[in-house]
Design a protein around this ligand. Structure first.
Ligand SMILES: Cc1ncc(COP(=O)(O)O)c(C=O)c1O
Length: 345
């Protein structure tokens, strides 16, 4: 077994610029919600091409605020894929609505065909989850005639098609861009923006409804310096993905070739037909941490029959995500390639 450093699956990309930006904020003493939060909201809105932005405590609270901003709550159904983290379901239930789960297609993402099978007259929104950095064609879901919410928590900065009324981002520690914890609601609709701002900040007539979702200048200081280097993060991810796609072809696993043009590679998923736990241990022997695409399936927690989620079930069983981090060295990348080839050959 190698004595070399472990290669984690996930870690934030933090540099001296980030330290300096946070220290400048501390030195100035403006550490609550102030002008840096406003500057970060404006910068993210510009980056994503949206008119308005409201920073929140997390991606989960961004989703809750988005749903509440759309006046979705008790008696309403919200469609989301079963193949996503619990946070998305928790946001729907926190808003008072009922989550309805759909299957995915073969590319790790929900499809209109899968949504078609679960929409009902009670459906009030569809959360279009852009998993792993892969931009799902949002416009394809417009035909259901309900508001679309883009969940870009794993795809911040991907080329997302227009169509959604609200976009929700996460800046949690291991996301594409981090503020430690944090999130954001983005929209072009001024009424949704005003309502979400009221829900976050409170005001006369809105206090009882307020959703505590604080975001501070200290976090914004980190976010602003991360955003200044964000394009270099994405470029490095693309470089690593190109190396994996080139050097891992022919290993007998399905690589994310079909989604290559639509992905910014938050994750590098491959489909292997061997049980995940054995694969994970084999990588551990090389000092490399891999993970499943998601930790669990939402329809299992609800006791729903597996037969209704065939692609979700096989994708869950077969997906292995390799480390893909801007901070990986060329040596790290070569180690992952050698180990992957060895394990699957
Ligand atoms: C697709 C997706 N949506 C929402 C969230 C929730 O974001 P947060 O952890 O910032 O609450 C996550 C976080 O892992 C996520 O991956």
């Amino acid at each position: 077994m190698s004595a070399r450093a472990q290669i984690p699956h996930s870690r934030p990309t933090l540099t001296a610029e980030d330290h300096a930006s946070v220290v400048a904020c501390l030195t100035e003493g403006s550490i609550a919600q102030g002008r840096r939060v406003e500057a970060f909201e404006a910068a993210v809105a510009t980056r994503l091409g949206k008119a308005h932005a409201v920073a929140t405590a997390s991606g989960t609270s961004a989703l809750v605020l988005a749903l509440r901003g759309l006046e979705i709550g008790a008696g309403h159904e919200v469609v989301l894929p079963s193949y996503v983290c619990y946070a998305v379901r928790d946001a729907v239930t926190a808003a008072g609505a009922t989550p309805v789960y759909c299957d995915i297609g073969s590319g790790w993402s929900m499809t209109p065909e899968a949504v078609e099978r679960v929409v009902t007259p009670q459906t009030r929104a569809i959360i279009v989850v852009h998993n792993f950095g892969i931009a799902v064609p949002t416009g394809a879901f417009l035909r259901f005639g309900v508001p679309l919410i883009d969940d870009v928590c794993q795809s911040f900065g991907a080329a997302i098609e227009p169509g959604a009324v609200v976009t929700c981002a996460s800046f949690q520690a291991t996301k594409l861009l981090t503020t430690g914890e944090g999130g954001m609601v983005l929209t072009d609709d001024v009424r949704i923006y005003e309502r979400v701002t009221l829900l976050r900040d409170g005001a006369h007539g809105c206090r009882g409804e307020r959703v505590p979702a604080p975001f501070t200048d200290l976090q914004a200081a980190l976010g602003l310096s991360q955003l200044a280097r964000f394009e270099t993060f994405l470029a490095r991810r693309r470089e690593i993905a190109a190396a994996y796609l080139g050097d891992l072809s022919g290993i007998g696993c399905r690589l994310p070739v079909d989604v290559r043009e639509r992905s910014i590679f938050f994750r590098f998923p491959l489909r292997a037909t061997r049980p995940f736990e054995g694969v994970r241990l084999a990588f551990m022997a090389h000092g490399i941490h891999v993970r499943r695409g998601v930790d669990a399936l939402l329809h299992h927690a609800e006791g729903l029959p597996a037969e209704r989620f065939p692609e979700t079930e096989t994708t869950f069983a077969e997906t292995v995500c390799l480390p893909i981090l801007p901070s990986m060295s060329d040596d790290d990348i070569a180690r992952v390639i050698v180990a992957t080839r060895e394990i699957f050959s």
